[in-house]
Ligand binder design. Sequence first.
Ligand SMILES: CC(=O)[C@@H](O)[C@H](O)COP(=O)(O)O
Ligand SMILES: NCC(=O)COP(=O)(O)O
Length: 249
Amino acid sequence: MKPLGNLRLGVNIDHVATVRNARGGAYPDPLRAAKLAEEAGADGITAHLREDRRHISDADIEGLMEVLSVPLNFEMAATSEMQQIALRHRPHAVCIVPEKREERTTEGGLEVAREENRLAHFIAPLREAGCRVSIFIAADKKQIEAAARIGAQVIELHTGAYCDAHAEGHFDVRDRELESLREMSAFAHSLGLEVHAGHGLTYDTVKPVAAFPEVMELNIGHFIIGEAIFRGLTPAIHEMRRLMDEARA
Ligand SMILES: CC(=O)[C@@H](O)[C@H](O)COP(=O)(O)O
Ligand SMILES: NCC(=O)COP(=O)(O)O
């Protein structure tokens, strides 16, 4: 199957804010990183306003909405506080993610199937406000079917388990995870959902996922921001873009 369209790169800037917050000051500035990413060819910017505000702040979201020329993918938990913030700003996309206070990063996909009713009511006003609603989800048929039923337009498949297995050298597990991601991308597309993917992707792991024809967007942050320390943000983004294009060719 030929790719369904151009593969977009969303650059996640959470961890510019992590470094800023380590000292509690104003730099490095996530907005400056976002504008630089935009100039480097990012098709969108992703930012996760966690309930505990450990990295991105409310002011960052406000600033991003003012300065960005590319779409903002606003990641948030399904709480009424976050819903109010999203409705105030009306970002291009709202990605609903699971959150646990004690986790180091987003550990799994959202449990949609058991919360179908609540989530359907939760996302309805966001859709009415014009936001594209995306659900950050594991490569699990039951969850994908539930995401389609509640009216989400997009799912973002959690690639963390695939990337972790690669990093740990568990290549049989990695290959199984990749196969599930491949199958579930096709399945989600067959239900009419737009398919995105992300979490933990690196130069070593991006190409097989970028090659899935149904995947329309990859959101990548932690690795790019880390790599920017060594080669600069613009070259770090250009290299990710190059690998994505190579996989898609
Ligand atoms: C939802 C997701 O996978 C990430 O985009 C998210 O930003 C992870 O949270 P942290 O950035 O806090 O690790
Ligand atoms: N939704 C995934 C994302 O935005 C980026 O995740 P990561 O590359 O920072 O792990």
